[in-house]
Design a protein around this ligand. Structure first.
Ligand code: HEM
Length: 212
């Protein structure tokens, strides 16, 4: 990946085109610009944060809908439910299991437990999104529920920069897939699907489907 991005940056520097990498290579802010290390870091971030996540929202979300035929039929009958359905699929499917690392600066009390200062903390957002104290019948997909307050995009100062784009991509992908292929179905038993062995990424290794 390092070599791939290094070559890509060199190519775009030599011949800028109308694309994101060229825009980053030529970006200038008050006379400052991104150096090569900053550029590579940004490209890694955009690929992992911007691509892996949305890919998994689409695949895991499609699986969730195929496994809940009543919810799928409800959506196909009334596309005005789509934005809410995407929120619910973000909550339900959780493309990321947890946020990036956090460290306590001082002792923090939460749920009756005190985390000492200078401890490493992993915030498991997928668990929070299935918290029955926050979402009634939390393990059920309900595209009509108010899923606001989910933390699939994190929370606070590092809230996902790409959230509006990810929502838009989800809306476009689900609508296109489900309208173009009315007979879409799983091509293998759901029990044979394998999830990737990653603590951070929550996604399928593959989602074999029949289009008609
Ligand atoms: C369904 C899709 C997505 C999900 C579930 C998702 C999830 C997240 C989460 C949970 C965080 C917070 C991490 C933390 O607090 O430690 C985050 C941050 C971020 N996301 Fe996304 N993301 C998605 C799509 C995207 C897209 C499409 C882009 C860009 C094209 C993007 C760019 C970023 C960036 C740059 C940050 C860091 C923000 C910061 O630290 O200030 N994400 N994302």
């Amino acid at each position: 990946m390092y070599q791939f991005f290094t070559d890509l940056v060199a190519a775009k520097r030599a011949e800028p085109a109308d694309d994101l990498v060229s825009a980053l290579v030529t970006a200038r802010d008050a006379g400052d610009s991104l150096d090569d290390r900053e550029l590579l870091a940004m490209l890694f971030l955009l690929l992992v944060a911007g691509h892996e996540t949305t890919t998994n929202l689409i695949a895991s979300g499609t699986l969730a809908l195929l496994e809940s035929p009543a919810e799928l039929a409800r959506l196909r009958d009334d596309w005005s439910l789509l934005p809410g359905a995407v929120e619910e699929l973000l909550r339900y499917a959780n493309p990321l299991n947890h946020a990036t690392d956090r460290f306590t600066l001082e002792p923090v009390e939460i749920g009756g437990v005190t985390i000492p200062a200078r401890e490493w903390v992993l915030c498991v957002t997928s668990s929070a999104n299935h918290d029955p104290a926050r979402f009634a019948d939390a393990d059920r997909l309900d595209i009509g529920r108010d899923a606001s307050g989910h933390v699939a995009f994190g929370h606070g100062i590092h809230y996902c920069l790409g959230a509006p784009l990810a929502r838009l991509e989800g809306e476009i992908a689900f609508r296109a897939l489900l309208t173009r292929f009315p007979g879409l179905s799983l091509a293998v038993p759901a029990s044979s699907l394998r999830w990737r062995p990653s603590s951070l990424i929550h996604g399928l290794e593959a989602l074999p489907v029949r289009l008609s």
